[in-house]
Design a binder for this molecule. Structure first.
Ligand code: ADP
Ligand code: MG
Ligand code: ZN
Length: 608
């Protein structure tokens, strides 16, 4: 996709031309227009012209005499000195007595021509120039600020080019592609739809977590559809000056209507589309912008070929008016990729770098559970960088495996060495987690554990095994998960009789799970199926707000504490029953700094 290239000539260049033109007008044109009229001369000149018989027509007024030369080319004027011989002399010189047609300008006209005309010209010229420029440069803020001309054009026009992004560049996300494909198809042959009486959805809203390819999908639609593509980000509407946002929306849509059929893409629409909260002194500017957007979306009928795509990762914060049918009537979920999706994304991006033959994308995809498309793209790139760093010209499997950890947990810290005591604690902590998990599920809980500090601050890193795709979690599974999370701290307690700060993240996650069991999943006998919390931020970490009385809140807190405590006790018991294995595996990890899932299971089930 190619944005129309801005013209590089600076604005000042055009202003200089404008000034030069004005200067020339003033020097050459105006003097002749204005002064060619009547020349005022002294009486002596009149007398000598009379003597030279160089008078054409003459008109004698009470105060002044107006006359022309013999050729009637110039008009002159002089005062009347009441010379008694005047008439006689003039007659002798052969002058004609008649009305001299003076074109003397009346003062208002003169004022108009000399002052108003240049200004008017200037304004017209600048309007024309800025219109020309905005057309050429697309959206250039310097022109906006210049502000002389109207016609501020806002949306960037993207024209299709050979390098355009296609649906094939977007891996996975089959459902989203299918829904968008229909829009593309409509833009190609609208009559197929209008014949049967179907209306194209006016707008489609792409929702999903960050980095899942929403922006990419919108660009692919533009690449496939072969129609003009206006792209603007929500933040571009937010301006210092009140009213500018609304003006931009108006402008964007008026341009789009001219270019129809076309696609308008509003990225990060939540910035302008937030719920209007009706607070006094609320954000007027944003509300005006939103109102304008709502009006514009109503303002064109469904079949004029303007399709609006928008993307957001905060759909719950959008104003309901924006989501009602007739505006964004189609909602397209763009979720984190599943295993097959991750494999496909790795393939798409892997094709851009040189891979050695042994690369197994499935293994990478399994190890990179829970990553987004953006992270997977980054993993490939990190792997390529690592290969270069090590002087190779092909990416190998180990580059990819290492870069998963880099992308998720940060680079290995080369100079941060754990003290022996710390290293021992981290070993027991990590093995504590893994052992509790393994004992509960009877399967390998981890792919790999390392105790090399990372730049993200993590002292160790555990690569979880993905236990297949699943969308439901049973109560037992959640409880086991909480037990696993407390396993690290439990191991520290048993072995060192001391606890450290290393468990803070585990504690946070365990608490979240336990709280959700009580307040969202209805997994307690006491409350049953009553929601005590509402999720407000589904795609950005899943924050929740409490929706219950203070008394209930206290009870919830008590229950959360008891759930976590119960699982912690379970973890302690499991570790105590298997303390021999705990020592053995932790020792192995301490010595090797790394243990794989297979090695782990081998030690665990080894008969001694
Ligand atoms: P967002 O959903 O936050 O708008 P983007 O569309 O900007 O995410 O994705 C960022 C980058 O991640 C893309 O440019 C692309 O390289 C990569 N990416 C994300 N999802 C996919 C996908 N499904 N297929 C291929 N690449 C993807
Ligand atoms: Mg985006
Ligand atoms: Zn831990």
């Amino acid at each position: 996709m190619n944005e129309v290239k801005p013209n590089k000539k600076p604005l000042i260049f055009y202003w200089l031309i404008a000034l030069a033109v004005l200067f020339l007008l003033n020097m050459l044109v105006f003097p002749s227009v204005l002064k060619n009229q009547v020349t005022e001369v002294d009486y002596g000149t009149f007398m000598s012209m009379t003597e030279d018989e160089n008078i054409g027509t003459v008109m004698i007024g009470t105060d002044e005499i107006t006359f022309t030369d013999k050729e009637n080319a110039n008009v002159y004027k002089t005062g009347n000195l009441n010379d008694p011989n005047l008439i006689e002399n003039l007659y002798a010189a052969g002058a004609t007595f008649s009305k001299v047609a003076t074109e003397e300008m009346n003062p208002i006209l003169y004022y108009l021509i000399s002052l108003v005309l240049p200004i008017a010209l200037m304004v017209l010229l600048s309007r024309y120039l800025s219109k020309k420029l905005t057309e050429r440069m697309g959206n250039n803020p310097t022109i906006m600020q210049f502000g002389m001309g109207g016609g501020q054009k806002t949306g960037k026009v993207y024209v299709k080019s050979d390098t355009g992004i296609k649906f094939s560049d977007v891996a996975g996300e089959e459902e989203a592609k299918e829904l968008l494909q229909e829009i593309v198809d409509y833009l190609h042959n609208p009559q197929k739809y209008s014949e049967i009486g179907a209306n194209l959805p006016k707008g489609a809203l792409l929702v999903g977590p960050p980095g899942t390819g929403k922006t990419l999908l919108a660009k692919a639609v533009a690449g496939e559809a072969n129609v003009p593509f206006f792209s603007i980000s929500g933040s571009e509407f937010v301006q210092m000056f009140v009213g500018m946002g609304a003006a931009k929306v108006r402008d964007l849509f008026s341009q789009a209507k001219e270019k129809a059929p076309c696609i308008v893409f509003i990225d990060e629409i939540d910035i302008i589309g937030k719920k209007r909260d009706g607070q006094i002194g609320g954000n007027d500017e944003r509300e005006q912008t939103l109102n304008q957007l709502l009006t514009e979306m109503d303002g064109f009928d469904a079949n004029n070929g303007v399709v609006i795509l928008a993307a957001t990762n905060r759909p719950e914060s959008l104003d309901p008016a924006l989501l009602r049918p007739g505006r964004f009537d189609r909602r397209i979920p763009v979720e984190l990729p599943d295993l097959q999706g991750r494999i496909d994304i790795l393939k798409v991006h892997g094709a851009k770098v040189k891979m050695s033959g042994n690369v197994d994308y499935a293994e990478i995809a399994k190890a990179a559970a829970g990553t987004s498309g953006a992270e997977l793209a980054n993993i490939i790139n990190e792997a390529a960088l690592r290969a270069v760093r090590q002087g190779r010209n092909k990416v190998q499997q180990q580059d990819l495996m290492e870069s998963i950890e880099v992308v998720i947990a940060g680079y290995q810290k080369k100079n941060k060495i754990l003290s022996d005591k710390e290293k021992l604690i981290v070993s027991y902590h990590e093995v504590g987690h893994a052992l509790v998990a393994a004992l509960q599920t009877q399967s390998a809980p981890v792919q790999k554990i390392t105790i090399i500090p990372r730049t993200s601050g993590a002292l160790g890193y555990t690569m979880q095994v993905e236990d297949g795709e699943h969308y439901l979690m049973s109560r037992t599974e959640i409880e086991n998960r909480i037990a696993t999370l407390t396993g690290g701290r439990a191991a520290e307690e048993i072995i060192f009789n001391e606890i450290t700060t290393g468990a803070s993240n585990d504690i946070e996650q365990a608490t979240k799970l336990a709280r959700a069991m009580v307040s969202r999943y209805g997994m307690t006998e006491k409350f049953g199926m009553v929601a005590m919390e509402n999720v407000t931020n589904q795609y950005l970490g899943g924050d929740a707000t409490l929706a219950c009385s203070n008394e209930t809140q206290t009870k919830i807190d008590d229950m959360v504490v008891s759930i976590v405590e119960k699982q912690h006790d379970k973890a302690v018991q499991l570790l105590k029953d298997n303390i021999g294995k705990l020592h053995e595996i932790a020792k192995y990890l301490y010595e090797h700094e790394t243990i794989t899932g297979d090695e782990f299971m081998e030690i665990l089930y080894k008969k001694d």
